[in-house]
Structure formats: C-alpha cells, structure tokens
Design a protein around this ligand. Sequence first.
Ligand code: SF4
Ligand code: SF4
Length: 67
Amino acid sequence: MKPFLLKHKCAVQKDICTAIKACPTAAITYEEEENEPLGGKILFDFEKCNECGKCATECCGQAIEMR
Ligand code: SF4
Ligand code: SF4
C-alpha cells in the first residue's frame, strides 16, 4: 500500500509536518507552490517509499491514508 494525502485535512506546513520527519526513507518533501491555496504542497516519492506506513501513523492531521 502507498500513502495517499487527503488534501482537505493537511495543514501543508513544512516546519510542523510530522510525516516528513517520520519517514525513514526521506520520501516525503515539501515544495513551495504559489498556486496552491496554502502556499505549498506535500509530495511523495514513490520510488523511495517502502510502504512502511509511518507517515500515516504520525501525520499531524490524520491526512495520510495507506491505500
Ligand atoms: S503531518 Fe500530515 S497533515 Fe501535517 S503537514 Fe504533514 S502531511 Fe500535512
Ligand atoms: S509509507 Fe513509510 S516510506 Fe513511504 S512515505 Fe510513508 S513513512 Fe515514508
């Protein structure tokens, strides 16, 4: 299963994102994006993801589901 972001639940804050810190393979990154309502987006690199599910467990807004 891969992580899927429920965007409406995500705070999209680089500095408080517990999922980025929890990921053991550095597969989650934050990217500034002017056109996004919250000024940025959370990205998953599925090449790096080992499907461990830690991001879903640690996500500050329960915004990540393993699907
Ligand atoms: S921890 Fe989850 S809700 Fe919080 S910013 Fe990161 S992905 Fe979004
Ligand atoms: S499932 Fe594991 S490896 Fe994949 S993005 Fe989440 S924390 Fe990182």
